[in-house]
Design a protein around this ligand. Structure first.
Ligand SMILES: NC(=O)c1ccc[n+]([C@@H]2O[C@H](COP(=O)([O-])OP(=O)(O)OC[C@H]3O[C@@H](n4cnc5c(N)ncnc54)[C@H](OP(=O)(O)O)[C@@H]3O)[C@@H](O)[C@H]2O)c1
Length: 330
């Protein structure tokens, strides 16, 4: 009798555990769909009312240039930071044509060089210019192509760490105190799927974006618990059309920078496909569904790691063949 009771208790427990195991991904999918298609983002005016300036790093191209264009169109004074004066001027001219009343500041700074003179100009601009309500930590560099770490270029690795990690920490440390003093601010960190899901053959880049993810969580929790009024979000991003991705055509999974940034700015404060992960947001719908599927449906982390390895190896082989063709053509 006691044995029968034990067996039915075990059965009930298994059913409950099974139901909960199935329920969690289902709830997470509902949360994702609600976040993507029903939830409304908070207004950027919350940040611009006291501090009407947005500072964007790596603003001369791709996603950063688009943040600059769209934040200027929303009435922010914009500070564009990048290493190429000519490219920054090009973006500034476009902004001036589209928003003639926009105030634009250009700062030339090579983020891979910790002693570059531009750091002093940046510091002076932050402390004496219009208060910064929005910081977009966008600048980022990756490997020229997937490569085994052992044979990777030491200078390339150093540059990735300098730009994606050291410069990001330095800029954030410069901007945050002012935001805290005004009890208002938004910090958007350009994260990558490669930071959330380890990507072999892009080891240094992938690890630098993992740093960003952890940094965003710690910073976000510090701000929320101390009620500083500063909101921190790591924008978990899959592919976007850009020089870095090398992808030229958009589709539902790979947006243009314009569509991507428009979606992000409309959905601040929502999580998209990041579900319950704190201080993270996967806001482009295609990326969000991919995030949900990878998080909830894959058999194991090790399976994903091996899959990522094979995919990276495939990209490497194609990149090497392309380089070979180009060398022959010259
Ligand atoms: N595109 C994607 O598929 C994708 C996916 C996930 C995450 N992300 C992240 O999104 C961010 C932007 O990427 P993106 O695709 O827009 O890249 P991108 O088109 O290559 O643009 C990168 C920007 O950073 C600037 N930059 C690079 N190194 C610099 C340095 N040492 N000093 C100053 N500026 C520097 C570039 O300036 P120059 O014009 O002088 O090169 C450019 O303005 C990165 O953090 C990236 O990791 C991108």
């Amino acid at each position: 009798m006691a044995l029968l009771q034990d067996a039915s208790l075990l059965q009930t427990l298994l059913v409950v555990v099974g139901a909960l195991t199935l329920l969690r991904p289902l709830l997470s999918l509902l949360l994702t769909l609600h976040s993507l298609f029903l939830a409304r983002g908070i207004s950027l005016r919350r940040f611009s009312s006291q501090a009407p300036r947005a500072l964007i790093t790596g603003a001369s191209d791709g996603i950063g240039a688009e943040f600059a264009r769209q934040l200027a169109a929303k009435g922010f004074e914009v500070t564009l930071v990048g290493r190429s004066k000519a490219k920054l001027q090009g973006v500034a001219e476009e902004i001036a044509r589209a928003s003639p009343s926009a105030k634009i500041e250009l700062l030339i700074l090579d983020f891979s060089d910790a002693s570059h003179a531009g750091w002093e100009h940046l510091s002076a601009s932050i402390s004496s210019g219009t208060p910064i309500g929005v910081l977009v930590n966008n600048v980022g560099v990756s490997h020229a192509m997937p490569v085994p770490f052992a044979t990777s270029d030491a200078k390339e690795n150093e540059s990735i760490i300098a730009v994606n990690v050291a410069a990001l920490v330095r800029v954030t440390h410069m901007v945050l105190p002012g935001m805290q003093a005004r009890k208002s601010g938004l910090i958007l960190n350009l994260g990558s799927f490669a930071g959330q899901f380890a990507t072999p053959l892009l080891s240094t880049y992938s690890a630098s974006k993992s740093f960003l993810l952890t940094f965003s969580k710690c910073l976000g929790a510090e701000q929320a618990n101390a009620r500083t009024g500063v909101r921190v979000t790591c924008l978990n991003t899959y592919f976007v059309v850009s020089a870095m991705s090398g992808i030229r055509r958009s589709n539902w999974l790979v947006p243009t920078p314009k569509s991507y940034v428009k979606t992000v700015l409309a959905k601040i404060g929502t999580s998209g496909g990041a579900g319950w992960r704190p201080y993270s947001a996967t806001l482009w719908p295609g990326h969000a569904l991919a995030d949900w599927a990878i998080t909830n449906l894959l058999p194991s982390e090790n399976w994903l790691l091996n899959y990522q390895y094979t995919s990276s190896l495939d990209v490497r082989r194609r990149a090497l063949r392309k380089a070979e063709r180009q060398a022959k053509a010259q």
